[in-house]
Design a protein around this ligand. Structure first.
Ligand code: URA
Ligand code: SF4
Length: 208
């Protein structure tokens, strides 16, 4: 891991910037390759993640691993993290103030890794990265490009795990992800970027 990423990792482990630090067992900064072409961003650690200090290691994690392998990659090829790095008590949704307090860590991770694609898993990650008007049900599989980073919203693997139709959808969206990755390998800066839906500017300016 690059030293700057390592520094963020250490800061997260000791962070007390929001209430979530009080109930955590271990903070979960994220893991994977610092040269990753894809970053996956989930909602927040659950019980297994909180105990182990690693992201996506429970049932949803097992499914995410399967999805990653379905496009010929391994977990070690990508980077996996969450919008909040500490587990919300009883797996409640993270509060806006908690997401805002934690967001600088995520933005730094994205800036330092400089991936081609940031994959937002589930509506909380999608709204955090793209804006409040976006959701998994309406925007899954529809990417948005800003500068060098493309954000691809998807259903959360936990939502898709037990619902056959969502499962099919998320496997399909992973094939899109594979295709997008293949296209960025021959990325040409003069290729027109997809247009930017209105209202997304403010969120995306953080990427500039
Ligand atoms: N669900 C998430 O959103 N993140 C994890 O790390 C695990 C489960
Ligand atoms: Fe710090 Fe983020 Fe944990 Fe809150 S969730 S204590 S901001 S690392």
């Amino acid at each position: 891991m690059s030293s700057e990423l390592q520094l963020i990792h250490s800061e997260v482990l000791e962070c007390t910037k929001c209430e979530l630090h009080k109930s955590r067992t271990k903070a979960v900064p994220g893991e994977g390759s610092h040269d990753a072409r894809i970053i996956f961003v989930g909602e927040g650690p659950g019980q297994n993640e909180d105990e182990q200090g690693r992201p996506f290691v429970g049932a949803a994690g097992k499914f995410l691993t399967e999805l990653i392998e379905s496009i010929g990659l391994k977990r070690s090829n990508v980077f996996i993290t969450n919008i909040v790095k500490c587990r919300p008590p009883n797996n409640r949704a993270p509060r806006k103030s908690e997401v805002e307090a934690c967001n600088p860590y995520l933005l730094s991770q994205i800036r330092l890794i400089n991936p081609r694609i940031v994959c937002a898993l589930g509506t909380p990650a999608i709204t955090t990265l793209m804006g409040d008007e976006y959701s998994a049900s309406r925007h899954h599989g529809k990417s948005l490009t800003k500068g060098e980073v493309t954000i691809l919203p998807m259903y959360h693997p936990a939502a898709a795990l037990y619902d056959a139709s969502l499962k099919e959808t998320i496997f399909h969206d992973f094939q899109l992800l594979k295709q997008m990755l293949e296209n960025t390998e021959t990325f040409n800066p003069s290729t027109p970027k997809s247009s930017e839906p209105s209202g997304s500017k403010q969120t995306l300016e953080k990427w500039a």
